[in-house]
Design a protein around this ligand. Sequence first.
Ligand code: SF4
Length: 269
Amino acid sequence: MRSYHSRMPLDPPIPFPEIRSGEALTVSGTLFQTFEKCPEQAAGRLRGVYGPESRASFVGGLAHRVFARHLSAGPIGAEEFTAVCREEIGSSMNPKLGALGLKPSQLQAIVDEVGSLYERFRTLGAEGFEGAEVPLESEPADGVTLRGKVDAVFGDGGAGTRLVDWKTGALGEPAAQLGFYALLWALERGEIPGKVEAVSVSSGERFEEVPSRAGITAIASRVAEMVNDLRSAWDEGTDLPRVAGPWCRWCPLLDECSEGQAAKALLDG
Ligand code: SF4
């Protein structure tokens, strides 16, 4: 069991606002990030409305398993790479493979794609590594569970703990998700992380932030506001605001959403 650095003990702890009572709710970083873009899309996720499994997300999921294995067990040799990928798929990803409808003969192309991501990943270095796929959970208010899994945790010497999220595609806008992880780390571990960062393994782009008590407290307020908005909408039987943008393109509610369709038409020119 690895130990985690504790550089900035939280005294007093991060306050979590009073919350409207209601249905129990589990909030993930993805849900929070989605809500920050379009509240109704997030409500759709909570109703179980997800987009179909995509090849890109399968490649990303497998790459994350490979990265975690590299960090925890050491480098993976070229001669064993395909077998390792097949083992990872067999251990937890077969249902996703089935949902994609891929034939076994198409698997090698995916393994090759993950292999080229892995080659780039290996150049990033792992100094100070403390843990991969680190689960975090906190219940800061009755019936509200915050849950997340940090791709990698590093101890950066005097700079404190660094939480890293690997992206296998474009970097996107990771600030909300990273802020959520910083909050969760502060609530569960009782310390403010020294740094949170997102790294696109495919492009090399990087986004990083040094969290502060004020910033984490503000994220706690936004999460609380989200829970209040969702519970109000459920109690009153109303929809949440639909905020259209480029993300509508991949929204599973697009077919029933006039706002999203208008945005998509504009974007498509
Ligand atoms: S299509 Fe766009 S506006 Fe409509 S619910 Fe989805 S994300 Fe929101």
